[in-house]
Design a protein around this ligand. Structure first.
Ligand SMILES: C[S@@+](CC[C@H](N)C(=O)[O-])C[C@H]1O[C@@H](n2cnc3c(N)ncnc32)[C@H](O)[C@@H]1O
Length: 422
């Protein structure tokens, strides 16, 4: 039977996954980071798990009220805060990753009128005197030679010295963002993206320093242009854990967010080239510790630690416990760890829903974009679990619907789950 098709902005939404399949097989790429790359500050740096400006705008335009203050508990690249700020809506954001909290802050900052000119002239000055800067030691990233050849490394380490010596903090931060763009574009990461495999066609022999300098200047000039549009509402970003919100006196009435999915994507792994070069990471142990604190994180020793993990809540739905049992029985040496991985994910999210409930104003609404996942043929129904755990935390009217098919695997979808505080 066909369910109701609803239109939210220009996004097609359906009541059930089967309606969605019947009606469209498109992957709705305009709901992912890909759509953001041409959109002012949103396009500064690519991060795969970022959701799109259109997704946030759609949720906002569906609300029956104008929010006073939005909470974004899983800020990532700051998409939610920037969309809200552009619409004059205040927001408070959390991210456990210090690099992302810094980046979202730079992206949503209000800049003095002099900064675009200062950015352009500093970028040109640094590039023109690159050889005068002493190279910094290379960052301790594992197998660095797989990422960059000697020519690229020497270029980056001199550029880093030049940028870090800039006295104006705003200009320095903007140059650091451009530095992130350039370091990935001259790396051997296939498709210029960290989550993909390496290719080796960017070896030292083909490194074109003059073209790279030119590219760096172009990036800075195009960033300077995007500074003309200034956010028109305050944004506060905490580098903190959103399973325990701060008692900071800020009352929010709306949550719009996209948390990690229970699918083993590690943001630390994805972001490690930026994080090592920008001094947010200095060892593999530090990376594992941060991934362990990150919901859904499972990189390095964060995976083995799962064997001794114990739940902190009793809020995990029974069908998730049963799914975990089936995962544990799979014929795979990691099956037990993966079962605990799924349980820990929902236990962390339960803590998060509980703290949000305590802090959100009465009548406020929450909106989560999340994907389901699959382990050894067992589907993990995140959407249903979110709706049930929101109810357990005290919210009412929890509903979910498909917003996007995630990839060619027919069973993986992204959902919007919404609920209200009575
Ligand atoms: C799917 S990404 C968010 C992407 C974001 N909507 C955007 O457009 O860039 C999820 C984010 O949650 C953050 N995160 C994971 N666990 C967290 C926790 N316990 N507290 C705060 N942030 C956390 C991750 O660091 C990551 O940036």
């Amino acid at each position: 039977m066909m369910g109701t098709r609803q239109s939210i902005g220009q996004i097609s939404m359906f009541d059930t996954a089967s309606d969605f399949i019947e009606n469209t097989a498109r992957q709705n790429a305009h709901l992912t980071y890909k759509y953001n790359t041409s959109m002012g500050r949103h396009g500064w740096l690519r991060l795969t798990p970022a959701y799109s400006v259109r997704m946030v705008e759609s949720v906002l335009s569906e609300l029956k009220y104008k929010p006073n203050c939005v909470l974004e508990p899983f800020s990532g690249t700051g998409t939610t805060e920037l969309v809200c700020a552009d619409r004059g809506i205040m927001s408070v954001a959390y991210d456990i990753n210090p690099f992302l909290a810094w980046f979202a802050g730079v992206k949503t900052r209000v800049y003095d009128i002099s900064i675009p000119y200062a950015l352009r002239s500093k970028a040109t000055e640094i590039v023109n005197s690159l050889n005068e800067f002493a190279p910094v030691p290379y960052p301790p990233i594992a197998h660095i030679e797989r990422w960059w050849g000697q020519g690229q490394l020497s270029f980056l380490s001199k550029l880093k010295t030049g940028i870090w010596s800039v006295r104006n903090a705003d200009v320095r931060d903007l140059l650091k963002v451009a530095f992130c763009r350039i370091l990935i574009s001259i790396s051997n990461a296939a498709f210029d993206h960290v989550s993909t495999s390496f290719n080796d066609d960017k070896s030292e022999a083909v490194f074109d320093e003059a073209a790279t300098k030119q590219r760096f200047i172009e990036i800075c000039f195009s960033m300077a242009e995007t500074l003309q549009v200034q956010p028109s509402a305050a944004v506060r970003i905490y580098n903190a854990d959103s399973t325990a919100l701060k008692e900071d006196g800020i009352r929010f009435d709306t949550v719009i967010t996209s948390p990690p999915y229970p699918n083993r994507i590690s943001y630390i792994r994805e972001l490690r080239p930026y994080m090592y070069w920008l001094d947010y990471l200095s060892s593999a142990d530090e990376a594992s510790d941060l991934d362990w604190a990150t919901i859904g994180g499972t990189w390095g020793t964060a995976t083995s630690r799962l064997s001794s993990w114990k739940a902190k809540t009793e809020a995990i739905p029974s069908y998730i416990l049963e799914t975990a049992d089936r995962i544990a029985e799979a014929d795979n040496k990691s099956a037990g760890l993966m079962a605990n991985y799924v349980l820990k994910y929902f236990d962390d999210m339960a803590l998060h829903f509980q703290t949000v409930f305590r802090h959100i104003a009465s009548g406020g609404t929450v909106h989560y974009i999340v994907g389901n996942s699959n382990f050894y043929g067992n589907t993990v129904p995140s959407e249903r679990a979110y709706a049930d755990m929101l109810h357990s935390a005290g919210f009412v009217d929890a509903q979910y619907r498909v917003v996007r098919k995630r990839n060619c695997n027919k069973a993986l979808y992204e959902y919007l789950i919404s609920a209200k505080k009575p």
